[in-house]
Design a protein around this ligand. Sequence first.
Ligand code: PXP
Length: 236
Amino acid sequence: MRLCINIDHIATLREARGGLEPDPVTAAHVCELAGADGIVCHLREDRRHINDRDVRLLRETVKTKLDLEMAATEEIVAFAIETLPDMATLVPERRQELTTEEGLDVKGHLHQLRDVVQRLQQHDIEVSLFIDPVPQQIEAARETGADKIEIHTGEYANARTEEKRRQLLDVVRDAARRARELGMGVNAGHGLNYLNLSPVRTITEIEEVSVGHAVIARALFVGMDRAVKEMLALTR
Ligand code: PXP
């Protein structure tokens, strides 16, 4: 299973001060040196974290694979065609949301999505659709001609009981199998962390996972000790 790291929250921290640090482009480099199989970033319409400059520099510097998460809007599609990420993951976007809350309604926007998928593919951009693990959405995804789906694992990740988690893992498993049967590649992501990722690995149909928040949050703590010691050394 390949691991792609979403670096949006590095940019969130930068934007909290409106300066230049920490730079998500530097973070991407460190992730790649650590062995990550790819880098993911979400260019939101409101540019609340990742901005155009980040994506352009990431396109120039990422050596593994750059996955641009994006809404299927005219402005962002044009930007993707200009910057040429290796992959585009189409997601729904609501301005007020804290993070992507649900999968795309592919069934309800079939014609629009088919058009966007084709335009991106014409520029050799692989296209993945972020969807809930629902059979009708998987079948609709196939009809758009998308190369892959990314199964939304948020509900699984948020399950409060072990029984519910097992049930929801089976839902993800069934979705992954259905997508493979239909000839599509399968990724998964959202809410995956150090505790809930291992069971997902048992779903052999899932080729790639996209993880952001858990890794950035953990990086703060595994790096805190050294960061404090370095600052301390400057005070002595
Ligand atoms: N996949 C998609 C489509 C997402 O929108 C996100 C969140 O940006 C992720 C994966 C990563 O989720 P998390 O930050 O919870 O690991």
